[in-house]
Design a protein around this ligand. Structure first.
Ligand SMILES: [Fe+2]
Ligand SMILES: [Fe+2]
Length: 192
């Protein structure tokens, strides 16, 4: 794996035409660092997953499909609505451009748009940090505070908000996202 600084520079270069996205990523870096410290997770893994998570967002959708089909031949893209797919190209970026092989980091990137049941700690930290980052103006102070207290409840809270928002705007929702919500509804506050 290349150094965190080198990863940061690759992401910066890749998003040179999209300063707002780079700024969002820097915000997520701030939150993952804080959450990893609070919940005794590996800070470096959390930060590296955050640098990569949206690096490929905004890619041409056709190119995105080609890349995913080539890299994940067994994956059914019907399970991944278009807005969730940058998580998959993010994994490709992490592996091929940054030589990342760590499964905690790769899973955090892969599931940051859909979630999945039984997420690992780094996965949950990125998922929640991405939701509470400051550019999300619809997130309340209370929701940001919850993230520092109970990671599982914060995961559930961000899932409920995101699903409600996507439903109200008639956007597709991955089946995996509903399964994740159902899992965290059943296991409220279970593991943190
Ligand atoms: Fe994303
Ligand atoms: Fe993001």
């Amino acid at each position: 794996m290349i150094s965190e600084h080198a990863i940061q520079e690759r992401v910066r270069e890749r998003l040179s035409n999209d300063p707002a996205r780079f700024c969002h990523i820097e915000g997520v870096i701030h939150h993952v660092t804080e959450l990893a410290e609070i919940f005794h997770a590996n800070v470096q893994k959390a930060r590296i997953s955050a640098w990569c998570h949206d690096a490929t967002k905004g890619m041409d959708p056709q190119e995105e499909v080609q890349q995913i089909n080539a890299f994940f031949p067994d994956l059914n893209l019907a399970d991944w609505p278009q807005p969730t797919r940058h998580a998959l190209t993010g994994v490709i970026f992490a592996k091929t451009d940054c030589h990342i092989e760590d499964s905690d980091i790769l899973n955090a990137i892969r599931y940051h748009t859909t979630g999945r049941p039984k997420m690992g700690k780094i996965e949950k930290i990125l998922f929640v940090a991405d939701f509470i980052e400051e550019s999300r103006t619809f997130v309340s102070k209370k929701q940001r505070e919850l993230a520092k207290i109970n990671l599982d409840l914060a995961v559930l809270d961000s899932l409920e908000s995101t699903i409600a928002y996507l439903q109200s705007t008639n956007q597709p929702i991955a089946q995996l996202t509903f399964e994740t919500r159902d899992y965290y509804r059943k296991n409220k506050g279970g593991s943190e």
